[in-house]
Design a protein around this ligand. Structure first.
Ligand code: AMP
Ligand code: MG
Length: 409
């Protein structure tokens, strides 16, 4: 069994994944999906329009307008939002206009209703026959020009990005009712171990509830994938193989298991994978979660995470999340690191360590300290954490005030 650095293991895993196929879906169900094509924009706004409620005017008519010397214009049209004016403004004329309505030909500025004598008349009523203006305007004032926000032909969203609310909004603005995205990867998930029982069952002596299925399901779903939940495989080869075959039958893109991959006498997961595909079993230079299995079961990629609840989560973060990101079509599959200052001394054992930490901001600095004992079964310490503190390989101790990186959880 070889000892691998975390980075080496990550690279070997990533090199085996490529994006799943694409599909076209309605924009209304696109939240969180990964774009499969760059989006090229049309002009936005699509036409010149008013950014205020007021009067479309010719700026040069109003050079001498002031509070003491209002200038009066003839109102020749009313342009509500959603209409399409069929007029041309001449000198001495104005058109009442609403925010978002197209500016009429001939007009080169909009005077706000607040700067006219129409301000105090019945709002919403018919336009006046004339309007007196108390202020001059610059040409172009209060007009949003066609293409001012986005120019025709600009790339505004990129293949491989996950759609957020504002992205979906922009696609709607551009009239894209259907978009091309990567389909959701299907991730088969199983737990293994004779001691495990489902959360619905009462514990018999020696049993514990299967929690990894729950944590890992949430993480898979939150990363935009479909979970094929296979349940618990007892420590028997046929039982494990039966669940793996179900994953194949359900067209899984990746099989993730937890437990059964260390060196215990009953750790059969490895054997089953090896007999039906290929398996690499690595000792990764990390803490928690040293053993990691990776391979293929009947040509479907397989990641075997450690069984301890914290190790399973950390293993998922470090190895499975990037692999899933690659499957999902994401351009960037690495999590963003944030710098913290240590609020306590931290001893490490020289392995690359992912420690449960709580961060707190004081005076613009993010401080971190650990959330209790770092046993890999102590899930509560992860519940109390809001970050994973990353101690690089080779580091044995860090002092108060030293800098380190975290992943915010
Ligand atoms: P193993 O890798 O099978 O040696 O398991 C390591 C530890 O993780 C043991 O204490 C198991 O009981 C525990 N464990 C394994 N799978 C799960 C699970 N699905 N939920 C909670 N604990 C587990
Ligand atoms: Mg076991």
């Amino acid at each position: 069994m070889s000892l691998l650095s975390v980075q080496e293991a990550q690279e070997r895993i990533l090199s085996r994944f490529k994006p799943v196929e694409t599909e076209t879906i309605p924009l209304s169900s696109s939240a969180g999906r990964v774009l499969a094509a760059d989006i090229v924009s049309s002009d936005f706004p699509p036409f010149d329009n008013s950014s205020v409620d007021g009067f479309a005017v010719i700026a040069s008519d109003l050079v001498d307008a002031g509070v003491a010397s209002p200038l009066t214009l003839k109102v020749i049209a009313d342009i509500p939002a959603g209409s399409s004016p069929n007029i041309k403004l001449m000198h001495g004329q104005a058109a009442r206009i609403m925010t978002g309505a197209p500016t009429p030909q001939g007009a080169d500025a909009i005077i706000m209703v607040e700067d006219t004598d129409f301000n105090n008349r019945n709002p919403g009523s018919n336009p006046p026959e004339t309007v007196s203006v108390f202020k001059s305007v610059q040409a172009g004032e209060n007009i949003r020009r066609r293409g001012m926000d986005i120019k025709l032909g600009s790339k505004v969203l990129f293949s491989g990005s996950r759609l957020r609310a504002q992205d979906v909004g922009l696609l709607a603005m551009l009239g894209m009712a259907n978009i091309s995205v990567y389909r959701k990867p299907r991730i088969a998930l199983l737990s293994s171990g004779d001691e495990l029982t489902s959360v619905e069952s009462r514990l018999m002596p020696g049993q514990i509830h299967d929690s990894n299925t729950y944590t890992l399901s949430v993480m898979i779903e939150e990363s935009g994938c479909e979970v094929l939940s296979l349940g618990i495989a007892p420590d028997r080869k046929e039982a494990i193989q039966f669940l793996f075959d179900q994953a194949i039958g359900r067209n899984a893109d990746l099989i993730i298991s937890s437990a059964g991959v260390s060196v215990g006498a009953l750790d059969y997961v490895k054997e089953v994978v090896e007999a039906n595909g290929e398996l690499s079993f690595w000792k990764v230079n990390m803490r928690p979660g040293k053993p990691l299995a990776f391979g293929e079961y009947r040509s479907v990629p397989f990641i075997g995470l450690p069984g301890n609840p914290v190790s399973a989560i950390v293993g998922f973060e470090v190895f499975a999340r990037p692999a899933i990101g690659q499957l999902a079509g994401l351009k960037s599959v690495t999590r963003r690191r944030v710098k913290v200052q240590l609020a306590e001394t931290i001893d490490s054992d020289g392995r690359e360590s992912y420690l449960r930490a709580i961060t707190e901001e004081r005076g613009g600095i993010l401080y971190a300290k650990l959330t209790g004992h770092q046993g890999s079964g102590n899930l509560l310490s992860l519940v109390q954490a809001n970050a994973l503190l990353i101690i690089p390989a080779g580091v044995k101790s860090l002092a108060i005030g030293d800098q380190a990186d975290v992943w915010m959880l």
